[in-house]
Design a protein around this ligand. Structure first.
Ligand code: CP
Length: 321
């Protein structure tokens, strides 16, 4: 483990994927480039590859998931890995076993990779540190979303989607709308866009849904969605993370939709060829209107398919293949 950047080994190669923050640009573009040929496998047009044959990938999802858990499983299987999905509700963590004791037991079952989602920010980092401290550096950890901190593969698949449709990051204006405060996805997107050289990153949200000092991340803040959407190339919408909100930060979901929901009449302010992304799960009629979610500018379902290719790229890179 490299102490300056715990996700890189001493040769500067990716050993764990814990966050996009601080990743060298070469690693980010390396993952996107590596994902491109995997897109055919992700789309089912090409066969399985043997890159993870003999490896055991453990999915440890301590929080609900549809897209991330399933696409990690598909990605690992298309790379020929053995995949073990730990059922958290019936696992010993519900009997009081600590996270690290669970990890030690799974490591004793010859795990090669842990894919971890946890409600506590820093849980995947803690596991990676524990593995290093106990001499098990050969096991990789991939953060599949931790608290409000980071969701690196989501950020990477969003970048892959943008590059697929827009080709070049260097001229883009990108707007992220909604609950920036509680969103690990927004943080990962902002870090990734900034590493890839996007010149203008906008966040559009009410004051109550913006973290203090968000400008320090290099974003322009807009409270008026009409101003914020003007002339943008890419619009990224976010779900209200009600499970992480303390107290009432909004009058109501209906009020939020009125002011910040992405509707067709607001989207016309963006460039005519602007694309619309959403990480899912979507709340129609809260952050996005069905006419936009199902409209010709939405690339929300391609994001999911690209997610398989990006996760194949990350896992094969971690396995040194
Ligand atoms: N985008 C995302 O993380 O979705 P899931 O919660 O379904 O995995």
């Amino acid at each position: 483990m490299n102490h300056r950047n715990p996700q890189l080994n001493k040769n500067g190669e990716l050993q764990h994927l814990l966050t996009i923050e601080g990743l060298p640009r070469g690693i980010v573009t390396g993952i996107l480039d590596r994902a491109k040929p995997f897109t055919e496998v992700a789309e089912g047009a090409a066969k399985k590859l043997p890159l993870l044959r003999g490896k055991s990938v453990f999915n440890l999802f301590f929080e609900n998931s549809t897209r991330t858990r399933t696409t990690f499983e598909i990605a690992a299987k298309r790379l020929s890995a053995d995949v073990i999905n730990l059922n958290i509700t019936t696992s010993s963590s519900s009997k009081g076993e600590t996270l690290l004791d669970t990890v030690d037991n799974l490591a004793a079952m010859q795990a090669d990779m842990f894919i971890v989602r946890h409600a506590s920010s820093g849980a995947p980092h803690l596991i990676a540190q524990h593995l290093a401290a106990t001499g098990r550096n050969h096991i990789s950890v991939v953060n599949a979303g931790d608290g409000r901190h980071s969701h690196p593969t989501q950020g990477l698949l969003d970048m892959y989607t943008i590059r697929h449709y827009k080709k070049d990051f260097s001229q883009l204006t990108v707007a992220i709308i909604g609950d920036i405060m509680h969103s690990r996805v927004a943080r990962s997107q902002i870090h990734a866009l900034s590493i890839l050289g996007v010149p203008e990153i906008r966040v559009i949200a009410p004051k109550t849904l913006l973290p203090g000092g968000v400008e320090r991340l290099g974003v322009r803040v807009f409270h008026d969605i009409h101003e914020g959407l003007r002339g943008v190339d890419v619009v990224m919408t976010l779900r209200l993370q009600n499970e992480r909100m303390q107290g009432a930060l909004l009058p109501s979901p209906q009020e939020f939709f009125k002011s910040y929901g992405l509707t067709a009449d607001k989207l016309v302010l963006a460039k005519p060829d602007a694309i619309v992304l959403h990480p899912g799960p979507m709340n129609r009629g809260v952050e996005i209107d069905s006419a936009v979610a199902d409209g010709s500018q939405a690339v929300i379902l391609p994001q999911v398919t690209f997610g398989i290719a990006v996760r194949m790229a990350v896992m094969s890179m971690l396995a040194g293949k």
